[in-house]
Design a protein around this ligand. Structure first.
Ligand code: NAP
Length: 282
């Protein structure tokens, strides 16, 4: 029978666990604080920022909003990040992407102190993930690992195919699956005969940014299919990189969109904030 991996339930579970950890921190006289930086007023970014602040409210994490105008210079943002890096009351810094074209996102990622890098994008945290050291891990792939674990899906010895190799999603996803002893293949836009590769996957992760691209023809019978993609159609409906209706009869387990990986990203951000705060206390 098809298992629908319920991102809503699992993310709620994680947020409740974080809430307890934050209560414990408060009982010990410490608070947890996330600074959320937005540049400009892109509507999609504003929704993401609002959801992150709502999750902070729920878990008891304090959130500080820092808003810069859309035409802010890179230097202005870097100075703000520097101030937040040095503020002992701030445990985590999140700069909402995408940034306006005059700002180099990579420079911003590198400017955030690795200890406060709750997005897990800083090369130091990526490096730690690569060598198996504890650090802050990119929220979306970390969320996928929690979904697998909490759904009783073991990665060990499985053929895992990640479609997508971006620094923030695909690459850390593959590294995490490797860490759990999966046999990992990365596929990307230059991959020859993608279908032949994805059809070998016991665990198939779609992170390619192409709406409903992965149909049943790309999926092995009985595979676990994880859909990281998120797209909004002109009629305001959400869908993923996987054609859910077409794939659901072939897969053994699948994440829906909405109600899947997207909700996990915010939950893992909250989890990273507490992790960062606890580490900073030591
Ligand atoms: P990205 O930076 O655009 O990367 C897309 C990756 O997919 C690239 O590695 C690209 O290959 C590969 N790709 C594109 N077309 C392909 C094709 N036809 N066949 C095989 N590979 C192909 O995107 P991203 O930031 O990783 O995000 C991926 C998706 O996840 C997007 O839909 C995004 O909205 C979503 N996302 C969701 C969450 C969430 O919370 N659920 C969080 C982050 C991202 P090349 O490297 O060769 O160009």
């Amino acid at each position: 029978m098809l298992q629908i991996i319920d991102g809503k339930a699992i993310s709620a579970q994680i947020k409740d666990e974080v809430k307890k950890q934050v209560e414990k921190c408060k009982a010990d006289g410490r608070s947890v604080c996330l600074a959320v930086v937005q540049v400009g007023d892109d509507p999609a970014s504003s929704i993401y920022v609002r959801n992150k602040k709502k999750a902070c409210e729920y878990t008891g994490i304090e959130s500080v909003s820092c808003q810069l105008p859309g035409d802010a210079a890179q230097e202005e943002l870097l100075q703000l990040v520097d101030r937040l890096n040095r503020d002992p009351e701030v445990n985590g810094i999140l700069v909402q992407f995408p940034l306006p074209p005059q700002i180099d996102e990579d420079a911003v990622i590198r400017a955030i102190s690795p200890e406060k890098d709750v997005d897990g994008f800083h090369p130091e945290n990526v490096g730690k993930l690569c060598v198996g050291e504890e650090g802050l891990i990119s929220c979306t792939p970390a969320g996928v690992m929690e979904m697998l674990k909490r759904s009783g899906i073991s990665v060990e010895g499985k053929e895992c195919v990640v479609v997508g190799r971006s620094n923030h999603v695909g690459k850390p996803m593959g590294l995490l699956l490797l860490q759990e002893n999966g046999t990992v293949t990365f596929a990307h836009s230059r991959t020859k005969d993608l279908r032949e590769i994805t059809k070998k996957a016991d665990i198939l992760v779609a992170a390619m940014g192409k709406p409903r691209f992965i149909t049943s023809e790309y999926v092995k019978e009985g595979a676990v299919v994880i859909d990281i993609g998120i797209h909004r159609s002109p009629d305001n409906k959400l869908c993923g990189d996987v054609d859910f209706e077409d794939v659901k009869d072939k897969a053994a387990a699948i994440t829906p969109v909405p109600g899947g990986v997207g909700l996990m990203t915010v939950a893992m951000l909250m989890s990273n904030c507490v992790k960062a705060a606890m580490k900073q206390e030591v």
